[in-house]
Ligand binder design. Sequence first.
Ligand code: FAD
Length: 465
Amino acid sequence: MKQKENILIIGAGLCGSLLALRLAQRGYFVNVYEMRPDLRKTDISAGRSINLAFSDRGNKAMKLVGLENKVKSLCIPMHGRMIHTKEGETFLSNYSGREHEYINSVSRGELNALLLTEAEKHENVNIYFNRKCKSVDFENTTALFKDYEDKTEFVEDADCIIATDGAGSALRKSYYLGKKFLFSFSQNYLTHGYKELSILPTETGDYKTYKNALHIWPRGDFMLIALPNLDGSFTVTLFLSYTEGKYNFNNLTTPEIVTKFFKNEFRDALKIMPNLVEDFFKNPTAALGTIKCSPWHYKGNTLLMGDAAHAIVPFYGQGMNASFEDVVEFDSVLNQNKNADWQTIFSAYEKTRKKDTDAIADLALDNFNEMRDHVGQAIFQEKRKIEMALEKEFPEDYTSKYSLVTFNENIGYKEAMLKGRAQDKAILNLLSNKLISTNDKTSTILEKVKKETEVILNENRIAGL
Ligand code: FAD
């Protein structure tokens, strides 16, 4: 049965287009306003980061809207991290000891296009492009837009407005500037920024390095990563400080310095990146930050979702997955609150969801240190070996933090964080006190790790963590 409510969605990115599709499937009338041109018709970059790591939480959302198979055809499985040492040696560190657990590289543009097309198949959805939201009157549930085509401004109203307009959200700004209620907001930038580069395919269209992995060149203060694309290329991202260290974005100013930096630090990558200098000076350097805010909603009128509510740094590969999971959670709140008003629904959603998005924001910062530094350290490699062995031999009894976050879509990020951090600490304690080693029987290690984890979890419970 079609329900009467008119919902206005601001932003047709990954979260907004999925939300439009799901709400249409539920029978709502949905109008979506997107500031950029239609990416299916115009050759524009889909926004930041050309490809993304897509995993089980995101896939749960695709299952919900019936798109699992279509999305699968856009995905390249990545079974582990391919670590590249400074000397040019490589080794593969699997993401999980369970073979069916892997992440995928997916094109942001292709995925967004699919979601838009599927949403538009519903007659109760209209998507308007080139319309930028300038502000939201959250008391009267109206939004002011600028039409980039005829340069006019217009106001739209709706029964409720959901803003999925990303990290620079117009609704969030209106909450902040409106000063009509107690709105808490924090934005913390990393001192590191990022720049996208590329490894192009060979002349015959093949991959120049191993296809089914997320490549990492960890160098302590900075790192390079590469994710495969379906056309044989890789999108490469350099994460580097703006100002600190021998090399930083501010002093990589000439082709000679950039080439020298890569020669010293990423020699094997440089060999397959003849286009490095061109990419480096053509592509922008962008900042990375974490945004937390509350409340996400104003009465039953407006709601923030996706990056607009909780932008995170990209180091767990979970920002998009979390934004997709928002839609799954919202859908389940709608199921649990049939016939409730929007205020009840928005409150219930924020109550269940915020603790988990706060947790993934913190986990993503942890992983920044793990990826750029820890993956190259002996004790962390030993810990990873132990985790792999435990997951392989005891798939039912042990799940690492990475797997809890990435592959266990049935528990929230907060639960994954608390358990995962305790396990990490337990293994590192046991290793540094020489109470376990990779030569021990896996069953003995499991027993010790479980016991030590329980001790840590208990201490945390007592400390109220
Ligand atoms: P967005 O994707 O930002 O979409 C917002 C949409 O709203 C856009 O279409 C925009 O044009 C539109 N819009 C903005 N303002 C307005 C306005 N005023 N009016 C109308 N429309 C507007 N996540 C992962 O899960 N895995 C990864 O591997 C990963 N890698 C990343 C790498 C980098 C370098 C970065 C920066 C992020 C990465 N992310 C990753 C995070 C992911 O990109 C975001 O979490 C995700 O895009 C959030 O989706 P969204 O729809 O909420 O916001």
